[in-house]
Design a protein around this ligand. Structure first.
Ligand code: ADP
Ligand code: ZN
Length: 637
């Protein structure tokens, strides 16, 4: 079929099997097609590749994608070839003869999309090719590498403008990154010499990610439990040090888990083979330091666990963000301990990363790092919505309840304490502000204890007004009212509760129209109900897979169900036979949709999220046959 006659929606459907564009994609595509430069800032997993690949398939000539990482290029090219697009990469992983051959084919116009490492751009061979080729677009991936403010500065990125300048006709240029800070954004636009670029910044919220902070005494035990309750899921466990990686990985292996490791202390060969084993789901659990980073494009990472707290929120969000890139539900759980703060403080004080920094400048950097560490530590202690905390940190407004983090779901809830506060203040006032905390609380609960009766509080208007509450809860409310200065407790030998100005105002106003006073409190709902709540949150987000209401819904409920496992087994067989990673055959999300829809015809199969025409030609029949088989058993799960 001829690409030029297809519009962007058809391309998206035919090649990718998706029905609609995500936030930001369409405007970036339209701009590029109209010849205007763009700068796209989108979080990891938002779908940046689609933004330049779709126009690449529609523009008349070649698209060059400049990418800093070999693994990333390989993965992308493999994915494109899977979809039926002719693509190739040119980087140092090719032998010289392979490189020559690829260039020769490129010259013949065999590739629509060519990935190239920045160091190659100004080499003689490549210049020779580029000078004679027609190039429609240059897409710069991981564009923050051009900035010294970014985390991964690559000097060879600075050569990009002169390469573009050397071309006979200037192609349209698109720059893409997940780094959103002001300095980086400005650097990208200036240093890449984008011309009047259209800027798109999409939200950083990743709704499919569940966030949790845990304070387990025995972290390893916590991790093991998690893995036991999520068998067959693939994920990453990040540790702060190589030593931790070794320890955790060894223990997991000893406990029978298919874990592998990655850190800077291993040989290149071992790192490569471990990463491959993880990518191909042979060892679905990767224990790693942050050296296992950029360029991990595995879409079916179902969890990212942090065995240690990272040094700042930027690192955390980047690492956690490697979960759930396919858009299906995934878990990001941080195992916190006070020791992590100390370790990070040590790293900050020892920081000699940059030799050029001395004296004042170095101290400034340290101060900034300490500040960031503090914010990271607050994240681990906040009782507020974790997602909200994170989004605020990155300068976005969240809502203060996301329904998909541990604080929203399990631990705390915001409750209206207006009535209790009102009655508590009332009881204190009407009894003359003479009694201690316990007497007041006992009176509210309607206790018949000796003191309450002796002081005649059983005749008080508020006596027994909250007999249904526990003493612990009432005490919590009272403490909260002290903290927020509605009440105060005197410093005497027998402390007495008194009402402060703010409490008096609240009380008199409350009598008329009851202003709302809220407090965060530990949830009182039984565990079963919690799971139920999550179910609602999950189905509200459109995930039909939450049907079994599995706790926290981690990997979707269908993962682990019999039909899902059958589909997954078929995927594994095909992947093995064809030597491609399983998620490139179909993503977890696609299998989930398939599981829900159980398509019985080709048309139905093509309606499944992630099944395009070309993927259908490759695998459609096999999966269809299996779905037909499963169709008969559908009632069983
Ligand atoms: P990024 O480079 O921004 O981190 P990717 O380009 O790797 O993200 O995309 C992440 C995942 O989202 C991929 O599996 C991709 O196929 C998928 N994706 C991209 N665009 C869409 C879309 N419009 N609908 C559904 N899935 C999409
Ligand atoms: Zn939340």
């Amino acid at each position: 079929m001829s690409e030029t006659t297809q519009d962007k929606y058809q391309i998206l459907k035919t090649y990718y099997g998706y029905d609609s564009f995500r936030d930001g994609q369409e405007e970036l595509i339209d701009c590029l097609l109209s010849g205007r430069d763009v700068c796209g800032i989108m979080p990891t997993g938002a779908g940046k590749s689609v933004c330049y690949q779709v126009p690449a398939l529609m523009l008349p000539a070649i698209t060059l994608v400049i990418s800093p990482l070999i693994s990333l290029m390989k993965d992308q090219v493999r994915a494109l070839n899977q979809m039926g697009v002719h693509a190739a990469y040119l980087n140092s992983s090719l032998t010289f003869p392979q490189y020559k051959k690829a260039l020769a084919l490129a010259k013949e116009g065999r590739y629509k999309i060519i990935y190239v490492a920045p160091e190659r751009l100004l080499t003689e061979d490549f210049q020779d090719f580029a000078a004679n080729a027609e190039i429609s677009m240059v897409a710069v991936d991981e564009a923050h590498c051009v900035s010294q403010w970014g985390q991964d500065f690559r000097p060879s990125y600075l050569k990009i403008p002169s390469f573009i300048g050397s071309l006979s006709k200037r192609p349209v240029v698109g720059a893409f990154t997940a780094t959103a800070t002001k300095e980086v954004k400005e650097d990208i636009i200036r240093m890449l010499e984008l011309s009047d670029p259209h800027l798109t910044v999409t939200g950083f919220d990743r709704k499919n990610l569940y966030f949790e902070v845990r304070h387990d005494k025995d972290k390893y035990k916590g991790i093991k439990e998690y893995l036991n309750t999520h068998p067959d899921s693939s994920g990453i466990i990040y540790c702060a040090t190589r030593k931790n990686v070794e320890e955790v990985c060894d223990r997991l292996i000893a406990d029978g888990f298919a874990a592998t490791r990655y850190h800077a202390g291993l040989s290149d060969a071992e790192r490569r083979s471990n990463q491959e084993a993880f990518t191909y789901d042979e060892f679905p659990i990767m224990v790693a330091t942050n050296a296992f980073g950029m360029g991990i494009d595995k879409s079916n990472v179902r969890f990212v666990l942090h065995y240690n707290m990272p040094k700042n929120m930027e690192s955390y969000y980047q690492e956690a963000g490697r979960a759930g890139r396919d858009g299906a539900k995934a878990d990001c759980i941080l195992f916190y301990s006070g020791q992590d703060v100390i370790t990070n403080q040590f790293f900050i004080e020892q920081n000699r990363d940059n030799d050029e920094l001395t004296g004042e400048a170095l101290e400034l950097v340290r101060q900034r790092d300490r500040e960031r560490l503090k914010k990271m530590t607050f994240y681990c202690h906040t009782a507020d919505c974790l997602r909200d905390y994170m989004l605020r940190y990155f300068g976005e407004y969240g809502s203060n309840y996301c329904g998909n983090c541990s604080n929203c779901l399990n631990v705390f809830e915001t409750i209206d304490i207006s009535l209790i506060a009102n009655d508590m203040i009332g009881c204190i006032l009407t009894s003359g502000m003479r009694y201690g905390v316990n007497v007041i609380l006992d009176a509210l609960r309607g206790s018949k204890n000796e003191k309450v009766l002796r002081f005649g509080l059983d005749a008080n208007h508020y006596y027994g007004s909250h007999s249904g509450e526990t003493i612990v809860f009432l005490r919590q409310v009272l403490n909260y009212l002290v903290l927020t200065e509605y009440l105060t407790v005197t410093d005497d030998q027998f402390p007495i509760v008194k009402v402060k100005e703010k409490g008096l105002t609240f009380f008199s106003e409350a009598g008329e129209f009851r202003p709302v006073l809220t407090m965060k409190a530990a949830k009182k709902t039984p565990p079963a109900e919690k799971a139920g709540r999550f179910k609602d949150a999950a189905s509200a987000s459109g995930n039909a897979a939450s049907a079994s209401g599995r706790k926290r819904g981690a990997a979707s409920a269908h993962t682990g169900s019999a039909p899902f496992e059958s589909l997954r087994r078929l995927r594994t067989e095909i992947a093995r036979a064809q030597h491609v990673p399983p998620y490139l055959v179909f993503s977890d999300k696609t299998l989930e949709s398939m599981c829900v829809l159980l398509p019985q015809t080709k048309e139905e199969m093509l309606a499944v999220h992630g099944v395009g025409e070309l993927k259908y030609q490759k695998y459609g029949e096999q999966f269809l046959a299996l779905c037909r088989e499963l169709g008969g058993e559908a009632e069983d799960f």
